[in-house]
Design a protein around this ligand. Sequence first.
Ligand SMILES: Cc1cn([C@H]2C[C@H](O)[C@@H](COP(=O)(O)OP(=O)(O)O[C@H]3O[C@H](C)C(=O)[C@H](O)[C@H]3O)O2)c(=O)[nH]c1=O
Length: 207
Amino acid sequence: MPALDCYADAETLFLNVRFIVTVESTALPGVLLITPARFGDHRGFFSESWNRQRMVENGVDIDFVQDNHSLSREVGTVRGLHFQSPPHAQAKLVRCGKGSLFDVAVDIRKGSPTFGRWIGEELSFENGKQLLIPAGFLHGFVTREPDTEIIYKCSDYYSPECDGAVRFDDPDIAIDWNMGDVAAVLSDKDTAAPFLKDFDSPFVYEG
Ligand SMILES: Cc1cn([C@H]2C[C@H](O)[C@@H](COP(=O)(O)OP(=O)(O)O[C@H]3O[C@H](C)C(=O)[C@H](O)[C@H]3O)O2)c(=O)[nH]c1=O
């Protein structure tokens, strides 16, 4: 039984137990869509954006060690597709702190039945949705509004020597970024990134 606030009244206890977080699978096995409950009142809302015990109860036991937060000024800012190689591979839990973005994960585990396949989810401050991306997957996003902020937890520390990238517009992955006529705003690193076929993925599918 999860530890509950013993001073909460019966209705709050009921709501807290039943609706604190929703965990849904996606078309890409291993990638989860997580929606924490928001408790609204006349001031706004309160939400537990991360609760390890709740996630363990939902089969997700990841020891996150670093939180990242980035601001992207322009609509169409693309950050990715990035990964960190073993021994510092990172699982990530991604949410949008302000504005909105399209968040993408790509399976690059050699031997995986879904190697090279992608899924994307619209994450926004308004919808409060989060994407859980395991190690072995590329991560990237494009912003849908100016001044969009992304906040995400990582299961290992930043290791520049293990940093890797794949072109966001890799024709073999063929992500539909749904950008319309908005031009991508890229870092030099992302502009120069290789296609997936042009490098040997450091990840191996383990079932
Ligand atoms: C990732 C990272 C970067 N930095 C420093 C290194 C650079 O001086 C500066 C910008 O780094 P970068 O251009 O790699 O930032 P993004 O393009 O947002 O990269 C991130 O974007 C995609 C979406 C990700 O999932 C990764 O977390 C990460 O690759 O922050 C740090 O000090 N610590 C870090 O953990």
